[in-house]
Design a binder for this molecule. Sequence first.
Ligand code: NAD
Ligand code: MN
Length: 355
Amino acid sequence: MKDYAIAAIPADGIGPEVITAGVEVLHALAQRQGDMRFSVHTFEWGSDYYKTHGVMMPEDGLEQLKAFDAIYFGAVGAPDVPDHITLWGLRLPICQGFDQYANVRPTKILPGIQSPLRKAVPGTLDWVIVRENSEGEYSGHGGRAHRGLPEEVGTEVAIFTRTGVTRIMRYAFRLAQTRPRKLLTVVTKSNAQRHGMVMWDEIAAEVAREFPDVTWDKMLVDAMTVRMTLHPESLDTIVATNLHADILSDLAGALAGSLGVAPTANIDPERRFPSMFEPIHGSAFDITGKGIANPVASFWTAAQMLEHLGEGEAAIRLMTAVERVCAEGIMTPDVGGTANTREVTQAVIRAIAEG
Ligand code: NAD
Ligand code: MN
């Protein structure tokens, strides 16, 4: 019997609603599998913790998380706490402290969910976006001078290192190699940005030589938005910088039908530290406490977690159950259904037991 130690950090807004649902589903799955169990420890960190302690997590937070096999994260963000505090106080320190440099975002149209693309059906769009998660435009370098004066200057410096670009490129090629089509698109803006972006192109070509069985091409990020919209079936695995992939994956989520179903994994491919699994969406103040948050993104990311833990069969069982429930039309209002979080969760648990 394998026993996985999971650190749950539900945090803010609908985070606790979807993580509670996800943990229930994980336990149901373990019972169905019969050969595994999950020991879940919940950390009450986030904006409420901040309001009493002045920090989003304790100083030794990362130390406490180190012993776990994986981190299952909800969302951060509260109406009365500035976003840069919640983000830089909890989520980013975990990503950076544990060097989770590969952010993996699968997107596909689930059965029963309507894409805004007129002709899209399940199968038209089946992508994995790999986002560089440790440097680039979000490295935090830059500054402001002459504040408030007409000559004020603000800089936002993107840092790309050979080590950082090579490792994310290898990760993306390796992932592309495991997918049936073995297709990778490398996204940059190397026509206008001629330093770090040209380096991306060069390193892509170098790494490509290690993966002769992967077919790859290059796209500029602006043209990429057009290709994603007009020719979604031409894409498979995609790798892009921190900023570019951030934007492209929101577009991907929308094209697949809703932010409420989009998952993401923050992976340390070298497995020195626990990786972190979360829905892409935020804390969604507008629906918090109403019981209608879509739990599908948190189920899908749980499947990513299982795959990372080497439980591929359990991951497939979970996604099969989720897709079956979507196909039956048991969905929350954000994707056109009338069910609530509880009903979707119960339906998935039932499908797991029967599947
Ligand atoms: P959001 O993702 O919270 O919500 C955007 C819209 O999508 C809202 O209308 C919301 O109701 C809907 N939505 C999101 N998830 C849903 C779900 N599971 N089911 C049904 N509907 C869903 O984005 P926002 O409104 O821009 O941000 C709200 C807060 O969340 C902000 O404080 C922001 O900083 C934070 N945020 C956090 C993360 C994160 O923790 N990773 C990500 C994005 C935003
Ligand atoms: Mn984003």
